[in-house]
Write a protein that binds this ligand. Structure first.
Ligand SMILES: [Zn+2]
Length: 346
């Protein structure tokens, strides 16, 4: 099971026309198998291929590498947290209905995660309930922050509480990267900003007492948690030496929450994968590829789907078949509260 894949509808309405203001993304299908993701001010965001919107292409590629299940979530540029709440809800519902349709057409091959208008926590809670109770989604994908709010913001607590009550999984994905205004070259928002965003999200949930107050909340962080696992000692030390700054909302040592949340495996490096398995626990790391995007786990030649290749390549102490099976499938089912036998033969 690949917990980190993104999907878009093939088309959607022109959102600038629909809402009367700009800032949204649309797909410009300039070729049968390719489209440009364009901002509605005409600027180019990213070129994407057919597998971004076509379920059959995704299943064919999954079959080639014997990947049973893709967990589908939207592309973070579609979160629309900056838009008017009722419009972000409208976008979310369109995307969530699409993902639910993909899952219902291929229920053994896809698991769905919704998106929420997080800038309005009440609307977000209502849509979260709809996602789980009406659409059958296993949870939602949210950003590492919401405009000026970090995930510790009291306003957002009700969303996490609702997720806990519903048993909904939460996938946290970096977006709107911190420091982007300084990082004008070298793709640094993706290489430096995104790892910082993931650590920002985890530290916000830890320091803000969200994990402490919601012991049954099931969170998975993208990209191995970014810079968090490499700096958890520093985070603990800060909590210890400046409790006046760090321990104001949660007295528990940050590293005591290791093992409480899941992470994907997308770290691109054997030493880093060993590190996150050591830090988070071998029950808490899930195969995740960021399919179909270029920073994902793709083959060097042809950028073919290669989810799980790093896990398969691991050797040395601890890399038993049992561990591989956990990382490639059963850990994800634990995070999603999904029955593995619904997806593959045990
Ligand atoms: Zn991603």
């Amino acid at each position: 099971m690949d917990v980190h894949t993104h999907i878009l509808p093939r088309t959607w309405p022109d959102l600038k026309d629909r809402y009367g203001y700009g800032g949204f993304i649309k797909l410009d299908h300039h070729h049968e198998c390719k489209a440009r993701m364009m901002r509605d001010d005409g600027t180019f965001f990213r070129e994407v291929g057919k597998r971004t919107w076509d379920p059959d292409s995704r299943i064919a590629e999954s079959n080639r590498i014997r990947m049973n299940v893709q967990v589908l979530s939207t592309v973070p540029v579609m979160f629309s947290y900056w838009a008017k709440p009722e419009d972000a809800l409208d976008v979310s519902q369109m995307l969530n209905d699409h993902i639910a349709g993909c899952v219902s057409a291929n229920p053994t091959r896809f698991v769905g995660l919704g998106t929420l208008p997080m800038q309005d926590p009440d609307l977000a809670c209502d849509e979260l309930k709809r996602c789980v109770n009406e659409l059958g989604l296993k949870g939602v994908e949210i950003g590492t922050h919401v405009n000026d709010w970090t995930l510790s913001e009291p306003e957002l607590f009700k969303v996490f509480k609702t997720a806990e009550q519903l048993g909904a999984a939460i996938f946290i994905h970096p977006w709107d990267m911190v420091g982007t205004e300084l990082m004008r070259k070298y793709w640094l928002p993706w290489l430096v900003g995104m790892p910082a965003e993931s650590s920002l999200a985890l530290c916000s949930l830890i320091f803000g007492g969200v994990f402490e107050r919601l012991p049954d909340l099931r969170v998975c962080i993208a990209h191995g948690g970014g810079s968090f696992p490499a700096t958890v000692g520093r985070i603990d030390h800060g909590h210890h030496v400046r409790p006046d700054l760090c321990a104001v909302d949660c007295a528990t040592k940050p590293s005591d929450f290791l093992g409480r949340f899941w992470s994907d495996s997308l770290v691109h490096d054997p030493a880093a994968l060993n590190n996150i398995v050591s830090i988070y626990g071998e029950d808490k790391v899930c195969c995740g590829s960021d399919y179909p995007f270029p920073l994902g786990e793709m083959s060097n030649v042809g950028k073919d789907y290669a989810a799980g290749a790093l896990i398969d390549s691991m050797t040395g102490d601890g890399w038993t078949q049992e561990r591989r099976a956990k990382l490639l499938g059963t850990n994800a089912c634990d995070w999603l509260a999904a029955d593995p036998s619904a997806y593959w033969t045990m």
